[in-house]
Design a protein around this ligand. Structure first.
Ligand code: ATR
Length: 280
């Protein structure tokens, strides 16, 4: 299989190792190649792929929206979010999907199977692309109140408007970080989707967690470092944590399953991937 990842900059992406592990598990021959390209090069490379045989590719920052104009179709999730992270070639057509949110929720449910058994209150920190994907997926679960807190309130309000009416949630609201912090004890699940806590901003976090419920789950999509300041604080307060590499592995799994039309079993490979790729 010929697979690619577009982005800029890609730095030390671990995606090639993740996909190589998937190829190995299914006994498939192939390669997952990083294409770290600037704007001009991005368009040139996309044109080149159109001329050649390709099985599919991933897109990451900053091209998740930009890529849409090159596609033949979008699936409803990618359409709703307005961003694509996976392109699948279906009968010669390029189809855009977004597996970030679905992958994230799948991993959350595997770790905490009891989580959505009752109606919970969720706080999402951040209102960028990752936040949209996660909110779109999580709104299909059992949620009473979902608060989107962001530095720029207008971006959180945009997401509220986008999803208002299309879900069963009792309250969908936008908030500042300060206001969310005042109600921190009301949340069962707190998800950081901002880059706060990621190198080189290791010492920052959007909200302080003092007063959270003991049984709360704090989840961070940052995986560099794995133990962000937010998660360290959550642990020190006795809460349960969910680490950033989970979304990365699960979104990759869903993408690979679409490209290969086969199922990946994470059970025998996940520990090894974690040990090799996420030891920080
Ligand atoms: P992604 O696709 O990873 O979600 P993004 O769309 O650029 O990236 O969104 C980044 C998110 O991190 C936003 O919620 C952003 O807040 P603003 O909308 O207010 O910009 C948040 N973020 C990034 N740097 C931040 C900082 N220094 N302080 C607070 N929030 C920050």
């Amino acid at each position: 299989m010929k697979l690619y990842l577009f982005g800029y900059p890609l730095g030390h992406s671990v995606s090639p190792q993740i996909h190589q592990t998937f190829l190995n598990q299914l006994g498939l021959k192939g390669e997952y190649t990083l294409l770290s390209c600037d704007q001009e090069e991005f368009e040139r490379q996309i044109d080149r792929l159109k001329q050649n045989q390709v099985d599919g590719f991933n897109i990451t920052i900053p091209y998740k929206q930009e890529v849409i104009k090159f596609l033949d179709r979008l699936d409803p999730t990618a359409e709703a979010i307005g961003a694509v992270n996976t392109v699948v070639v279906e009968d010669g057509e390029w189809v855009g999907y977004n597996t970030d949110g679905l992958g994230y929720v799948q991993s959350l449910k595997e770790h905490f199977p009891e989580l959505f058994k009752r109606k919970i209150n969720v706080l999402v920190l951040g209102a960028g692309g990752a936040s949209r994907g996660i909110i779109h997926a999580i709104l299909k679960e059992s949620i009473h109140r979902l608060t989107i807190a962001n530095r720029s309130l207008s971006k959180a309000e945009e997401i509220v408007d986008l999803f208002a009416g299309s879900n069963q949630v009792t309250t969908l609201e936008a908030s500042s970080y300060q206001e969310a912090e005042k109600k921190i004890e009301t949340y069962d699940l707190i998800i950081n989707t901002t880059s706060l806590g990621m190198v080189p901003n290791e010492t920052s976090q959007a909200v302080q967690l003092d007063g959270i419920k003991k049984e709360a789950i704090v989840s961070d999509i940052v995986y560099k470092p794995l133990n962000t300041q937010l998660l360290k604080q959550a642990k020190s307060l006795g809460a349960r944590v969910h680490h950033g590499h989970e979304m990365l592995i699960y979104q990759a799994k869903l993408a690979f399953e679409m490209w290969s039309q086969q199922t990946i079993d994470l059970e025998p490979i996940k520990k090894d991937l974690e040990r090799k790729l996420f030891r920080n």
